[in-house]
Structure formats: structure tokens, C-alpha cells
Ligand binder design. Structure first.
Ligand code: CMX
Length: 441
């Protein structure tokens, strides 16, 4: 794996030295204040983690090592005759901090291809699950079965020096990323396509080959997968999937265990599963209204009915973002370019015109704008990938790029086991009366 590993190691040594210096000089600087409401409300806005790979700005959206999504679309290498970035390039960028050359990306593609063979017991384990198992459950079970391959777990049991943790973590991460498309495609073809599997095409890039193994082999679907795998890869460190991967990894659970834990979080409807919920919600709306092109007035009523039933409008809102998610916009641009007349995509755009003012009028929602999940399903349906329960698996394959790059950094930086302090309401009440103290005040 030579080049990328050496590049990473040199970078990691430099950053480790920088952090050591930084903490020596500024380690006791106060970063912010914590309010009681934050402790009860999901630690929102509380800074407590370091994640090197990307940073989220509430107004601007995500930046990967400083680059916005449109910048990535113009600066990252592309497939032949392609316009969308190759996600391997984003992985290189997140891992090393540097924009890759065409050659760097070809190197990553090559590394992934060479390691993409999935052992048979993984397929056998997935096959043991009933066909009605949710694809995300099959996916996580598949990842857990693959854990038998962990270099990290083996090296730890053999007594590895802590300075070297990063190396087997690196090897595990690469192997996992290389194999996930095959596992995901296997689940898709098993569950929805009569168990008729498609062999990998070793001449294609990572996302192009994934599209091929899923059975969608035209140029624009491959382009969609390259874009999709790029924009879903990372969203800084505090979201449930990234944070869980980091947290579980901090116990020195190996990358397979950590990633599987993170993906169990991605499978929640307020996080990654929202992509299936969005399209399900739109299909149900179409069925209820008896039309595949609902008007704005019809959508308005349907949104109000959803809220009155005590449900969320899937695909809208965000814990950090306060504007339309640039990942939504990137998909909208893709739609305008490749499928401007698609009825479902046009419905998504009409929903976009309708939902924000309604959510805003409620007065309690901090972000009425669409997130990444509001758009993705409609594009997939256009190409025939209509089985929406599978959508979160696509998200999960992409998310591996970000959380694995971060996990390698965690081990290289020697980050310790994560262990924040929790309190009881009993203590809070005593503290408010001045009868007790809260540790760390
Ligand atoms: N529809 C209806 N109500 C919503 C809402 C939505 N889309 N978004 C937020 N709210 C409600 C919250 O449930 C909360 O209500 P209560 O006070 O009654 O509990 C209130 O508005 C305030 O919430 P908030 O501070 O604006 O949002 P949070 O940071 O608590 O939650 C999120 C963020 C994403 C979980 C929430 O907006 C949501 O549930 N959205 C719909 C699900 C979704 O699209 N999730 C995907 C997010 C992106 C991803 O991770 O993939």
C-alpha cells in the first residue's frame, strides 16, 4: 500500500507534534460555556471532539479539509468522460489533507480493487438471515462477519506497541472500504433481484464498480454514484454515525466493530434512514392524493396532516445546519442536468418550495430547510432503484470513507478512551439549591 500509507504517516507525525506543542502552550484555554439546557438536549452546540477530516458551518454547509462540495466537484479527479468527483479522491483528501493528483487517485482505486475480495463466510452469514430482514441489518451483520479479518484485533492480541496502533487500523479501514460495495451489492441482489449476483468489474473505479454490481450500468447512474458516494462521506464528528464510530473506536474496538456500531446509528430514522423515509412519505402522498404530480396546495395540506399526526417531515431540519444543505443543492443540480423532466424529482422540488415556510411558521424548528436526505431517493428511483429500504445502505457505504479516515487519525493521534461526565436530575436540583457541586464547574 506504500505511497498513501507513507504520505499519511509523515502527515500524522507532523500533526501529532503540532498538537503536543499546542496543548503544552494553550491546553488550559477555555473553549466555551455549557448551559444546563445543552446537557439535557443532546449536547447541541457543545464542542467536545476533534475530527480532522471535515468541518460543518451552520450557514455554508460542509467543507472537507477546507473544500466545499462545488470546489470538490471542480478540483477532484474524475472518471474518463465523467464530471463528478471520484470518491477515492475525497478519501485521499480527508486522510492526507492534500488534494490528490490523478495518479494519487488511480493508486487508491488500485489499492481498493486489489483488496475487494469478500470471504465466503460473509455471504453465508448474510444468507442465514430471513429475506425480510432490513437491508441495514443485513449490512451490519455482514460487516460483523467480516471482522474475522481484522488486523487490528490480531495485532492487539499479539501485544502491539500503542505507537503502532494506526497501522493495522489503516489496513483494516482500507480493506473494509474495498469490500463494502461488494457486500452491499450482494444484499441488494439477494433481496430484490432473485439472488442473481453480478461479478465486479476490475476496470472500473470504486463507485462505478458499485453501480455495476448493483445492476445499474449506464454512464449517468455511475456518475450519480460517484457524486452520491462523495457527498455522503463525512459531516464532521458529532453526528450519530461519525460520533459512534469514534466513540466505540476509542475503546480500541477494531475498525470493523467501530464502523458497525456507527452504522447502527445511521440506521435511525432521524439520521441516515431519513433517506428511505422521504421517498416513502412521497409515495404515500401520491397514493393518498391519487396523483404522481401533486400541486403545491396539495403538498401543503399533506405536510400539515403529517405534522398534525405528530410526525416529522422527513428530509427537513438539521441539528447544526441553518440553510439549505449544499448536499441537497448538489443533487438538485444533478437532477437539472440529467433528468429535468422527471415527475418525482419535480415533486421533490415542489416540496422544497412548500415545506420551509410551513415549518418556519411553527416557530420551534431551528432549521426549516432540506437536508441531504430530502433529494437522494428521487434520483435513485429515476434509474430504477426503487427499493427504498436499501437507500441507507448506500449512505453507509459512502460514510465509511469519512469515519474510517477519521478513525485512522484517532489511532495515529493516540486519542484516549472517550468518557464524558454525566449527571442526575437529583444532583442538578441540589446544585441549583447550592447544596451540592457539579464536578468540573
Ligand atoms: N418536521 C417536524 N418537526 C421537526 C422537524 C421536521 N422536519 N425538524 C425538527 N422538528 C421539531 C423537533 O422534533 C423538535 O420538536 P419538539 O420540541 O416538539 O421535540 C423541534 O422541532 C426543535 O427541533 P430542532 O432543534 O430544530 O431540531 P433537532 O436538532 O432537535 O433535530 C433533526 C434535528 C434532523 C433530528 C430534525 O430536524 C428531524 O427530525 N428532521 C427530520 C428527520 C431527518 O430528515 N433527519 C435526517 C437529518 C440528516 C441526516 O442525519 O442524514
Amino acid at each position: 500500500m506504500g505511497i498513501i500509507k507513507d504520505t499519511f504517516k509523515a502527515k500524522a507525525d507532523m500533526v501529532t507534534a503540532e498538537i503536543k506543542e499546542l496543548l503544552k502552550e494553550h491546553g488550559n484555554k477555555v473553549i466555551g460555556q455549557v448551559q444546563l439546557s445543552q446537557v439535557y438536549q443532546g449536547m447541541r452546540g457543545m464542542t467536545g471532539l476533534v475530527t480532522e477530516t471535515s468541518l460543518l458551518d451552520a450557514q455554508e454547509g460542509i467543507r472537507f479539509r477546507g473544500y466545499s462540495i462545488p470546489e470538490l466537484q471542480s478540483k477532484l479527479p474524475k472518471a474518463p468522460k465523467g464530471d463528478e468527483p471520484l470518491p477515492e479522491g475525497l478519501f485521499y483528501l480527508m486522510l492526507t489533507g492534500d488534494l490528490p493528483s490523478e495518479q494519487d487517485v488511480a493508486h487508491v482505486t488500485d489499492i481498493l480493487q486489489r483488496r475487494s475480495h469478500v470471504p465466503n463466510h460473509v455471504f453465508a452469514t448474510i444468507d442465514a438471515l430471513p429475506l425480510n430482514t432490513h437491508p441495514m441489518t443485513m449490512f451490519v451483520v455482514g460487516v460483523m462477519a467480516l471482522q474475522t479479518e481484522s488486523y487490528f484485533a490480531k495485532a492487539y492480541s499479539e501485544g502491539i506497541n500503542k505507537k503502532d496502533y494506526w497501522e493495522p487500523a489503516f489496513d483494516d479501514a482500507i480493506l473494509l472500504i474495498a469490500r463494502l460495495p461488494r457486500i452491499a451489492a450482494y444484499i441488494y441482489r439477494r433481496k430484490y433481484k432473485n439472488n442473481e449476483h453480478i461479478n465486479p468489474n476490475g476496470l472500473l473505479d470504486w463507485a462505478g464498480n458499485f453501480a455495476h454490481m448493483l445492476g445499474y450500468d449506464n454512464h449517468s447512474f455511475r456518475e450519480l454514484m460517484r457524486l452520491y458516494m462523495t457527498i455522503h462521506a463525512d459531516h464532521e464528528g458529532g453526528n450519530v454515525s461519525a460520533h459512534t464510530t469514534h466513540l466505540v473506536g476509542s475503546a480500541l474496538s477494531d475498525p470493523y466493530l467501530s464502523y458497525a456500531a456507527g452504522m447502527n446509528g445511521l440506521a435511525g430514522p432521524l439520521h441516515g434512514l431519513a433517506n428511505q423515509e422521504v421517498i416513502k412519505w412521497i409515495f404515500e402522498m401520491q397514493e393518498k392524493l391519487g396523483t404522481d404530480s401533486p400541486t403545491k396546495e396539495q403538498i401543503e395540506q399533506y405536510v400539515k396532516d403529517t405534522l398534525a399526526a405528530g410526525k416529522v417531515v422527513p428530509g427537513y431540519g438539521h441539528a447544526v445546519l441553518r440553510k439549505t444543505d449544499p448536499r441537497f443543492t448538489a443533487q438538485m443540480e444533478f437532477g437539472k442536468k440529467h433528468l429535468p423532466d422527471d415527475k418525482l424529482v419535480n415533486t421533490v422540488w415542489r416540496v422544497y418550495e412548500t415545506v420551509p415556510p410551513i415549518l418556519q411558521s411553527l416557530g420551534k424548528i431551528k432549521n426549516p430547510w432540506p437536508n441531504v436526505d430530502a433529494h437522494s431517493g428521487a434520483l435513485l428511483v429515476h434509474y430504477g432503484l426503487v427499493e427504498y429500504e436499501f437507500y441507507t445502505v448506500l449512505f453507509a457505504v459512502s460514510r465509511a470513507l469519512g469515519v474510517m479516515a477519521s478513525l485512522i487519525w484517532d489511532r495515529a493521534l493516540g486519542l484516549p478512551i472517550e468518557r464524558p461526565k454525566s449527571i442526575t436530575t437529583e444532583l442538578v436540583k441540589k446544585w441549583l439549591k447550592g447544596e451540592d457541586e457539579i464536578w468540573g464547574e
